[in-house]
Design a protein around this ligand. Structure first.
Ligand code: NAD
Length: 466
């Protein structure tokens, strides 16, 4: 589907219109923000089926995956913002301090102004709805820049946003590099960029020119540590689900798995059984490749991920089928992957699961610590000591035991990376705070000078504390 890109000359105009809209002061009203949040909720609720269809068109994704991970997760996020905005927006008082209490020190939560949200392709609904909800709750005007790689979903947002939300405060710019570059030439209250580290660097450099604050939600290789004594069946089920959902195109997808050399065979057996239960069509007298799986988003992504697979020296134990025309890569498990393999060279962002045998846990921890901090890190273990050893000796955006990928959707937890996996946090209150300026304020009564008058010149020797 062709997506109409926003003419470059309109971009500065859109920015100016939103600035004027913001300056009317409409968003100061919490009732107004809540109304917009409610409308955003209805936008999604009324059009859930259309979003699922658009996502199927863009990503070849099954409706259930879109419902569970995008529609449902977006509605929960919007509801949380709606229910909590009154509490989040309340001014804060610092802890009691006898020296300053009469100056009424207060932190006011004020919107940053007109903010920009640049989204990636992989969850093109949730990664617009969630930051949009946070920005609205915080009282900002917002420009959304969807990924051009999901044109049907971007076109649906473009149609629906002005129908449900106040266009003088919420607008959308469609396009690719030239349009995003033009957006980044403008000063913003804040830019939230979600996507690759390569483009994250471009965004951060551009924002430096206008001194725009930036949050970067990036990716990376999220490792999995398997305790040789853990319940393999249980681990295999959650691991394969987290990896193969959305064809591995999930920022927190398990990227590769460490097992000990002695436990690899038994773990692979558990993975095979789970694989066959997830994709029964792959077994029996006339086996077929897995059906109902999400496709690579475009030809470029297919070529990149297929290249990683074809160049791997590991052994494929499940999957491995590809179809360039359909942009299909079967969920694939590769065993005996070495640390210098193609599958270990970059974030896979596709349905390939390398199993990397190591001598022991120390070797696995040392490998992770010698590379960029991952966005997520997973352990499967029923042993507190094993879990603590991994968590306490590594650093990552999040650290999860016995689960995969759902952590960004857990209310109340921050979602963000560290170092090369990003900076800043969004979702829930963290999203509200990201789009909020914490304005320190005080109001000092005249009589304070009876106590603090000693601060004024002229200074004398008596002014100096001894
Ligand atoms: P991408 O960086 O290619 O594109 C993201 C956005 O940047 C798009 O809107 C695109 O138009 C824009 N863009 C692309 N090139 C640009 C340029 N040269 N100048 C300015 N703008 C440009 O990312 P993607 O392929 O859509 O997403 C995949 C990446 O996103 C993965 O690395 C994944 O891990 C990461 N990701 C991170 C999170 C998170 O929350 N941390 C969530 C989802 C995806």
């Amino acid at each position: 589907m062709a997506l109409a890109y926003t003419p470059l000359d309109d971009i500065t105009k859109i920015h100016a219109e939103l600035k004027a809209g913001f300056q009317t002061g409409k968003t100061k009203s919490l009732a107004y923000r809540k109304y917009q949040l409610l409308q955003l909720g209805y936008l999604i609720k009324d059009n859930a089926k259309r979003f699922e269809e658009a996502l199927a068109q863009d990503l070849g994704r099954h409706a259930f995956e879109s419902y569970f991970l995008e529609v449902n997760a977006s509605l929960s996020e919007i509801l949380e913002c709606y229910k909590s905005v009154d509490a989040w927006a309340k001014p804060d008082k610092p802890a009691f301090n006898v020296n300053f209490v009469f100056m009424k020190p207060t932190t006011y939560k004020v919107p940053k102004g007109v903010v920009l949200v640049i989204s990636p392709f992989n969850y093109p609904m949730w990664l617009i709805a969630t930051p949009l909800a946070g920005a609205i709750a915080a009282g900002n005007a917002v420009v959304i820049k969807p990924s051009e790689s999901c044109p049907a979903t971007a076109a649906l947002w473009t149609e629906l946003l002005p129908k449900y939300l106040d266009s003088s405060l919420i607008s959308i710019v469609n396009g690719a590099i030239p349009e995003t570059t033009r957006l980044l030439e403008l000063p913003w209250g804040h830019v939230l960029y979600t996507g690759s580290g390569r483009v994250g660097r471009i965004v951060a450099r551009a924002a430096a020119n206008t001194l725009t604050p930036v949050s970067l939600e990036l990716g990376g290789k999220s490792p999995v540590f398997i305790d040789p004594d853990c319940d393999f069946k249980f681990a295999a089920k959650r691991l394969l689900w987290g990896k193969f959902t959305n064809a591995g195109q999930t920022c927190v997808a398990p990227d590769y798995v460490f097992v000990t050399k002695g436990s690899q065979d038994a773990f692979i057996e558990a993975l095979k059984l789970t694989y066959e239960s997830f994709y029964p069509e792959t077994t029996g007298p006339s086996p077929k490749p897995p059906q109902n799986v999400t496709k690579m988003v475009n030809a470029q992504a297919f070529t990149r991920v297929n290249g990683l697979l074809q160049n791997s020296k590991g052994t494929v134990v499940c999957g491995g089928q590809t179809d360039e025309v359909q942009r299909f890569i079967a969920p694939t498990i590769v065993r005996d992957v070495k640390l210098d393999d193609s599958l270990m060279s970059e974030e896979i962002f596709g349905p390939l699961l390398p199993i990397v045998p190591v001598d022991n846990l120390d070797e696995a921890i040392a490998y992770v610590n010698a590379h960029d901090h991952p966005l997520a890190l997973y352990v499967f273990t029923q042993n507190e000591v094993f879990k603590k050893k991994v968590f306490e000796n590594t650093l990552s955006g999040s650290a999860v035991a016995n689960e995969t990928i759902i952590i960004p959707g857990v209310p109340g937890l921050p979602f963000g990376g560290i170092g090369a996996s990003g900076s800043g946090y969004h979702t829930g209150k963290y999203g509200f705070d990201m789009f909020t300026h914490f304005r320190a304020s005080m109001d000092t009564p005249g009589w304070i000078d009876k106590i603090l008058g000693f601060r004024f010149p002229p200074y004398t020797d008596q002014s100096v504390a001894t």
